[in-house]
Each structure stands twice: as structure tokens, then as C-alpha cells.
Design a protein around this ligand. Structure first.
Ligand SMILES: NC(=O)c1ccc[n+]([C@@H]2O[C@H](COP(=O)([O-])OP(=O)(O)OC[C@H]3O[C@@H](n4cnc5c(N)ncnc54)[C@H](O)[C@@H]3O)[C@@H](O)[C@H]2O)c1
Length: 337
């Protein structure tokens, strides 16, 4: 049994708490920490069977009974708390992204070299049943050599301009999942990134210094070409699809819907909209990634997504930012230097 502490009791902290309490057999949560811990959150924690709540995450790091921590706090806290937790010899599950700053991610890498603990990054979409099936088809040679990888990732609603200002921008906040997906489906790293982007959804996003619509092309190390298209608002809901086209065929997914019923009448043929957003679409993947993390601790094996898998999409995101600013293709190696 692995004893866990949760750092951050916001949206994703609650998702992981729910997974562990209801769908992860070999883990139990001892404490949840959040500087804004209040009676409501403490009562919610109790209702999930978690007795201890605190405002100070250091209580978790100093607790010898806690084996592993989940860092679910705001992005700017991920790398410093990762380093502290690793140095306290706790296994760490860290939400994406580890940081926006490569130097800070290097601090995490150094801490991991000095302490033998497990580290997993929260790219949950790898654990989604659809994307796993696409990856398995590619890995199994069913479509031959991959030539074109397409990832469509469109949100149902744009975030607030306030959020956009602190988000690090669309590439490090939203596309970062798609950068990971492209690496996962291609089975290799990206070498070069080129971006076309615009503000077409909400002028406030532009005023906050970001874009809301983007097409990103990538040259992959195995020669494949990848294309990601992003929008902060799809009128019909959360659009999450992938396709890999290769020398022997193609594998593609459709969106998950509440049912597969299609109504055909004189007026036309209609089906369900995609599931609303990530909390509806990806709950199974969140539970699965957590089971994998706990299993890696119990069996003393590598986690499925280590710190380098956390670093690479950040490099791709920084290259995308540079491509947009300078309006040219940017090599990933320009960012690493
Ligand atoms: N994998 C995914 O699909 C996914 C989805 C949503 C969010 N996220 C990531 O999870 C992180 C949190 O996002 P969210 O949507 O839950 O945000 P949120 O604002 O709902 O929650 C963040 C929580 O962290 C708390 N916090 C801040 N500093 C803290 C500290 N020092 N110690 C403990 N708690 C602290 C805040 O008080 C807040 O309650 C972000 O980095 C985000 O990128 C990932």
C-alpha cells in the first residue's frame, strides 16, 4: 500500500483524489494541502475518506509515513515543490507542465540524479483508450512507416483573459498535451516546429498577449510530418481526435460521445456532441495514469512518463512561441542550447 499526500486541492487535485479514493486499489491518501484550505474543502476531503487537511504542503513533505506526493498546485509551484519533494525522498507525480523555464526543469533532473525516487508527469492523454489504440496500431506496424500525424485539439470554451495572462500562453498551457501526443504517436522526438496562429475567438485573449487559434507543423526525427490544430473554442464541444497515416494504411479516432446513437429522420441525420470537456472526456485516463504511477512504485519499475517526457514538450512549446514571434521554422536544438 502506497501512502500519498496531495498538494493542491483545486480542479485537478480533486480529480486525482477521487481517482485514488475510488479507483486505485494500492494507494491511500493521508493528507491534502492547499494554502486556501477551508471548511468546505476539508469536509469534501473527509467525505472522500481523507482525514488530514492542512494549509502547508511542507507537513506532507516532513511526514515520514507519506511515500509519494501528487503536485496538483498552480504551475509556477511545480518545479520548486518537485525539487523539495525529491530531496525529501518522496516519489513524485507532477501535473503538467513541470515548468515554463528549462533551467528550472534542469533543477528537477539534478535532484532526481541525486535521489532514487520515481517521477511521473501528468500527460494523461497517453492513457486514453482511443489514443492508446492509435499508438498500439502504429507500434504494431499495422499502418507501416508513419508519414503524417494529425492531432486535432479544440476546447469547448476559452479561458478567462486573467487565466491567459498567467498560463504561459496557448503552446505551454494547451498545446503542450498535443506536443506530448505527437511524440507518443510518432514514437520519437520532434526536430523542428513551425506555427501559424491568430486571435479569432476572443479579442481579450489577444489583449492578454496570446493567440487562440493555431496550426503547428512539426518535422519528427523519424521523418514523419506532424500537424496539430488548436482552437480555444469549438462551437460543438471538446474536439479531441488523432490520425496517423502511413505507408500501409491509416489509423484514426473519433470523439467520445455519451452514446453512439444516430437519429435519422426526414430532416437529417444527427448524433451526440462530443463529451463536454476534459473532466468528462478524460476521467478514465486520469485513473489509469494514477494506477501506473502507484504500480511503478510498488514494483520498482520506471514510470511510463519520466522527467525527460516532461521536458521535451516544454522545449516544443518554447520553439512554437519563438516560431510565432519570428515567423519562421525553429529547430528544437535552438531552444536546448
Ligand atoms: N492533466 C490535465 O489535463 C490537467 C488539467 C487541469 C489542470 N492541470 C494542471 O494542474 C495544475 C492545477 O490546475 P487546476 O486546474 O487544478 O488549478 P486550480 O486553480 O483549480 O487549483 C490549483 C490549486 O493549487 C493551490 N496551490 C497554489 N499554491 C499552492 C501550494 N504552494 N501548495 C499547495 N497548493 C497550492 C491553489 O490554492 C489551488 O487550490 C496546473 O498546473 C494545470 O496545468 C492539468
Amino acid at each position: 500500500m502506497v501512502t500519498v499526500g496531495i498538494i493542491g486541492a483545486g480542479r485537478i487535485g480533486k480529480v486525482h483524489t477521487t481517482s485514488i479514493c475510488t479507483r486505485v486499489k494500492d494507494a491511500k491518501i493521508k493528507t491534502i494541502a492547499d494554502p486556501f484550505m477551508n471548511e468546505d474543502t476539508a469536509a469534501w476531503a473527509k467525505s472522500m475518506g481523507v482525514e488530514n487537511t492542512t494549509k502547508d504542503y511542507k507537513e506532507i513533505l516532513n511526514d515520514p509515513e507519506i511515500d509519494a506526493v501528487l503536485i496538483c498546485s498552480s504551475t509556477n509551484t511545480h518545479s520548486p515543490i518537485s525539487v523539495e519533494a525529491i530531496q525529501a525522498v518522496k516519489h513524485v507525480f507532477c501535473e503538467k507542465p513541470i515548468d515554463h523555464d528549462v533551467e528550472k526543469i534542469k533543477n528537477v533532473i539534478k535532484a532526481l540524479e541525486e535521489n532514487k525516487v520515481k517521477y511521473q508527469v501528468g500527460f494523461n492523454r497517453r492513457f486514453d483508450h482511443n489514443f492508446e489504440a492509435v499508438r498500439n496500431a502504429v507500434q504494431g506496424g499495422k499502418i507501416g512507416d508513419p508519414h503524417i500525424i494529425r492531432v486535432t485539439s479544440r476546447d469547448p470554451e476559452p479561458p478567462s483573459a486573467e487565466y491567459v495572462k498567467v498560463s504561459g500562453g496557448i503552446f505551454l498551457d494547451m498545446t503542450i498535451h498535443d506536443f506530448d501526443m505527437v511524440r507518443y504517436l510518432a514514437g520519437c522526438d520532434a526536430e523542428e516546429v513551425y506555427v501559424e496562429a491568430a486571435v479569432l475567438v476572443d479579442p481579450a485573449i489577444g489583449e492578454a498577449g496570446d493567440v487562440d487559434t493555431a496550426v503547428i507543423t512539426l518535422k519528427m526525427a523519424n521523418g514523419a510530418i506532424a500537424v496539430i490544430d488548436n482552437s480555444r473554442k469549438a462551437a460543438y464541444g471538446y474536439d479531441q481526435r488523432a490520425e496517423v497515416f502511413g505507408s500501409k494504411g491509416m489509423v484514426a479516432t473519433t470523439n467520445d460521445t455519451l452514446s453512439s446513437a444516430v437519429i435519422s429522420t426526414e430532416a437529417g441525420v444527427t448524433g451526440e456532441k462530443p463529451l463536454y470537456f476534459f473532466l468528462e472526456r478524460y476521467m478514465d485516463s486520469f485513473a489509469k495514469e494514477m494506477n501506473c504511477f502507484i504500480e511503478a512504485i510498488e514494483k520498482d519499475t520506471d514510470t511510463p512518463l519520466g522527467v525527460m517526457d516532461g521536458l521535451k514538450p516544454v522545449l516544443m512549446g518554447l520553439a512554437a512561441k519563438k516560431s510565432l514571434q519570428e515567423h519562421r521554422p525553429v529547430k528544437i536544438s535552438e531552444i536546448e542550447m
